[in-house]
Write a protein that binds this ligand. Structure first.
Ligand code: ADP
Ligand code: MG
Length: 628
C-alpha cells in the first residue's frame, strides 16, 4: 500500500525492511569494484530480454513486437547520467513493487547477515544473493526506472528512488516495451558517464551477453555461444572468461568439461566446477547453476531438475536441438527429453571425474576435499548413479598414510584372500579411531579398515550397502565374522594372551551382566575380537553404526531412544573382567557398580554416552572405595 498519493497519481511506497538493510549494506560497502553494478544491471537486462523471447513464443500478442532485442547504453557527461535500456519483458505496476521494493528470496536475518559478510569480503558476490539491482545505489544518488510490460493491456510506469527509505511510482506515457534505467550519478562516481569506462567494464564482465550491447550506438560485446564452437578452437582463457560471465565468478574454474554428442540426443554442454564451495562457508544451500538452451535460445535459466540435485555446484550451459522451444519452465521436469539430458550429462560428468581422478589424482583430491560432500549426498539421493559415484569416494584407512586417501576400488585390490567384506569405522580423527577398542581385532588380523570421519559417511556406506559385490560393514557391528585370529603380532613376536575365564564362568558372568544391565543392553556376549580392552558395545543392526546413532541422539532424541539396544561384548582374558568375576562372589553390590561402569565406559568409547550424570556419581563411589 502506498504511504502517500500525490498529484498525477504519484504514489510513494516504503521499501520492505529487508531492502532497506540491503541498501544500507550496499551503499556502505567498500568502494573497490564499484563497477560491478554495470554487470548486475546488464545481467537484469539480459534476463528481461530472454524472458521476453520466451514469452513471445508462448503468447500471440505482445506489445512492440517489432523491436529488436538489444541493450542500449547512453551516457551524458554533462548531466552526469548513465542510461541502460533494454527491449525486454518490462514490468507492470505490481511487478515494480514486488521486484524492486522487496526481496523475493528469504529476507531472514541469517540471509542478511550472510549478505553483509559477503559484501564486506567481496561486493562481487552480491549478484549471487539476488539483490543485484540495488548495487545501482553504490554509484547513483537517484535511480529512475521507466518500464513498459510486454503485455498489450498494460501501460508504462516510472519508478524513482534515492535509495533511502522510500520510492515512488507514477504512470508514464509514450514508453516503448522494456526497461530504461537512468542513474543520476553521485559526485564521486562521475567516471561512469565516460563511455570508455563503461565499454571496458562490459568487455570485462559482460562480453558473452547473448544480445548486442551498444554504447552510444557502437556495438561493444562479441556475442558468441562459445559452447557451440569447436573445442579445438577455444583457448583456455576464453573458457575462463565465459565462466566468469555465467557464474558471476571472479576466479578460474577448478574443472571445465566441454563436449557434444549426437546420439541418443543432440547435446552440446559446457560445464564448470568452481574453485570454492559456498555451502561450506555457510552461505546456505546452493541453487542449480546450469542453463538450458535450444539452438542458442535460452529455454530456462538454472532450472531445477535439469541435473541431479547433488550436482547443484556445477555452473554452465546445456544446449539441445531436440528440445521443443516453447516448453514451459513448469513442465520441464516432466519432459522426456529433459530427463534424457539429465541422464546423459550426469553419466558423462561422472566419467569425466573418474578420468580426472586417474590422470591427476592430486587435483582430484583437491576437488574431493571441496566438493566430496556433494558426491556423498549423491550416493544417498541419486540411486541411478550410486555405483558410479561410489567409485569416486575417497577415505583415509588403516593402510593409508595420515592425510592420504584411498578409493574403495583400491581397498578391494588390497583385500586379503577370502576377505569378503569392506570394513569401515567412524571416529572424529585418525588418532581417536586408532586408540579406540574397535580397531584391535582388525589390526591383529592385518585387515584394512576405512576410516570415516564424518557421521554422514556412515549413512553413505549404509546406503551403498556394497561395493563391487563386497559388503560394506561398520567395524562396530555385532555380526562381524572375522577370520581366525593371528597368534602372531605384526612384528612377528608371539602375542601374549592372558589366561581366559572358563566357558562356564563366561556363561555365568555374561548372564549376570545382562541381568544387572537389563533395560540397557540387548545382550552381553563373549568377544572374539578384543585384545587390550575389557569391553565394547556393538550394533545389533547392520544398517546402523554408532556414528549414525550419535547423529540421531542429537537430531531426534526420542527416536534415538527407540533404537534397538546395543550388545556388549566382554573380553574374558582381560584382568578387569576376570577381576569382576571374582568380585561378584565377594561383594555382589559393589560388583554391580563396577559392571555398570564397564558398560558406561564402553559407551564412552563408542561416543554414545548421552547422560553422564549417573556415571559421574557412580565413579565417585568407585574412587571412594579405592582410596579407603
Ligand atoms: P535478480 O536479478 O537476482 O532477481 P535483482 O535485484 O538484480 O535480482 O533484480 C530484481 C528483480 O527485478 C529481477 O528478478 C526482475 O524481476 C526485476 N528486474 C530488474 N531489472 C529488470 C529489467 N531490466 N527488466 C525487467 N525486470 C527487471
Ligand atoms: Mg539481477
Amino acid at each position: 500500500m502506498p504511504i502517500d498519493v500525490g498529484v498525477k497519481g504519484v504514489e510513494t511506497y516504503q521499501f520492505q525492511a529487508e531492502v532497506k538493510k540491503v541498501l544500507d549494506i550496499v551503499i556502505h560497502s567498500l568502494y573497490t569494484d564499484r563497477e560491478i553494478f554495470i554487470r548486475e544491471l546488464i545481467s537484469n537486462a539480459v534476463d528481461a530480454l530472454e524472458k521476453f523471447r520466451h514469452e513471445s513464443l508462448l503468447h500471440k500478442e505482445v506489445f512492440d513486437g517489432h523491436l529488436s532485442l538489444e541493450i542500449l547504453i547512453n551516457t551524458d557527461e554533462k548531466a552526469h547520467t548513465l542510461t541502460i535500456i533494454d527491449t525486454g519483458i518490462g514490468m507492470t505496476h505490481d511487478e515494480l513493487i514486488t521486484n524492486l521494493g522487496s526481496i523475493a528470496h528469504s529476507g531472514s536475518q541469517q540471509f542478511l547477515a550472510q549478505l553483509a559478510e559477503a559484501a564486506r569480503q567481496d561486493i562481487n558476490l552480491i549478484g549471487q544473493f539476488g539483490v543485484g539491482f540495488y548495487s545501482a545505489f553504490m554509484v547513483a544518488d537517484r535511480v529512475r526506472v521507466q518500464t513498459r510490460s510486454f503485455r498489450p493491456e498494460e501501460r508504462g510506469w516510472e519508478w524513482v528512488s534515492d535509495g533511502s527509505g522510500t520510492y515512488t511510482i507514477a504512470p508514464m506515457d509514450g514508453l516503448r516495451r522494456g526497461t530504461k534505467i537512468i542513474l543520476e550519478l553521485k559526485e564521486n562516481a562521475y567516471e561512469f558517464a565516460d563511455p570508455e569506462v563503461i565499454k571496458r567494464a562490459i568487455k570485462r564482465y559482460s562480453n558473452f551477453v547473448p544480445f548486442p550491447i551498444l554504447v552510444r550506438g557502437e556495438r561493444v560485446n562479441t556475442i558468441q555461444a562459445i559452447w557451440t564452437r569447436n573445442k579445438s578452437e577455444i583457448k583456455d582463457e576464453e573458457y575462463t572468461e565465459f565462466y566468469k560471465f555465467i557464474a558471476n565468478a571472479f576466479d578460474e574454474p577448478l574443472y571445465f568439461l566441454h563436449f557434444s554428442a549426437d546420439a541418443p540426443l543432440a547435446i552440446k554442454a559446457l560445464l564448470f566446477v568452481p574453485k570454492e564451495n559456498l555451502e561450506r562457508f555457510g552461505f546456505g544451500r546452493m541453487e542449480p547453476g546450469v542453463d538450458l538452451y535450444c539452438r542458442k535460445v535460452l529455454i530456462a535459466k538454472h532450472p531445477e531438475g535439469l541435473l541431479p540435485e547433488w550436482m547443484r555446484f556445477l555452473r554452465g550451459v546445456i544446449d539441445s536441438e531436440d528440445l521443443p522451444l516453447n516448453i514451459s519452465r513448469e513442465t520441464l521436469q516432466d519432459n522426456t527429453i529433459v530427463r534424457k539430458i539429465n541422464q546423459v550429462i550426469s553419466s558423462r560428468f561422472l566419467k569425466f571425474l573418474e578420468d580426472e581422478a586417474r590422470d591427476n589424482p592430486e587435483k582430484f583430491n583437491n576437488f574431493w576435499n571441496t566438493f566430496g560432500i556433494f558426491l556423498k549426498e549423491g550416493t544417498v539421493n541419486d540411486f541411478q548413479h550410486q555405483k558410479e559415484i561410489a567409485r569416486l569416494l575417497r577415505f583415509e584407512s588403516s593402510k593409508t598414510e595420515p592425510g592420504k586417501l584411498t578409493s574403495l576400488a583400491e581397498y578391494v585390490e588390497r583385500m586379503k584372500e577370502g576377505q569378503k567384506v569392506i570394513y569401515y569405522l567412524n571416529g572424529p580423527s585418525r588418532e581417536i579411531i586408532e586408540s579406540g577398542p574397535y580397531l584391535e581385532a582388525f589390526r591383529n588380523r592385518d585387515l584394512e579398515v576405512i576410516y570415516t570421519h564424518d557421521p554422514i559417511d556412515d549413512f553413505v556406506m549404509s546406503n551403498l550397502h556394497e561395493f563391487e559385490g563386497k559388503k560394506l560393514l561398520s567395524a562396530d557391528q555385532a555380526d562381524l565374522e572375522l577370520p581366525e585370529e593371528k597368534k602372531e603380532g605384526a612384528k612377528g613376536e608371539e602375542v601374549k594372551i592372558g589366561e581366559s575365564l572358563s566357558p562356564d564362568q563366561i556363561k555365568s558372568l555374561t548372564a549376570w551382566l545382562k541381568e544387572i544391565l537389563a533395560n540397557r543392553v540387548k545382550d552381553v556376549v563373549e568377544s572374539h575380537r578384543l585384545v587390550d580392552s575389557p569391553a565394547i558395545v556393538v550394533n545389533p543392526d547392520s544398517g546402523l553404526s554408532s556414528a549414525m546413532r550419535r547423529v540421531m541422539q542429537v537430531v531426534d532424541k526420542k527416536l534415538s531412544q527407540e533404537l534397538p539396544h546395543l550388545t556388549m561384548e566382554i573380553n574374558p582374558r582381560h584382568p578387569l573382567i576376570r577381576g569382576l568375576d571374582r568380585l561378584r562372589a565377594q561383594d555382589p553390590e559393589f560388583a554391580k557398580i563396577v559392571g555398570e561402569q564397564i558398560f558406561d565406559n564402553a559407551l564412552i568409547a563408542a561416543g554414545l554416552l548421552a547422560e553422564p550424570r549417573n556415571m559421574v556419581d557412580r565413579m565417585y563411589r568407585i574412587l571412594e572405595r579405592v582410596t579407603q
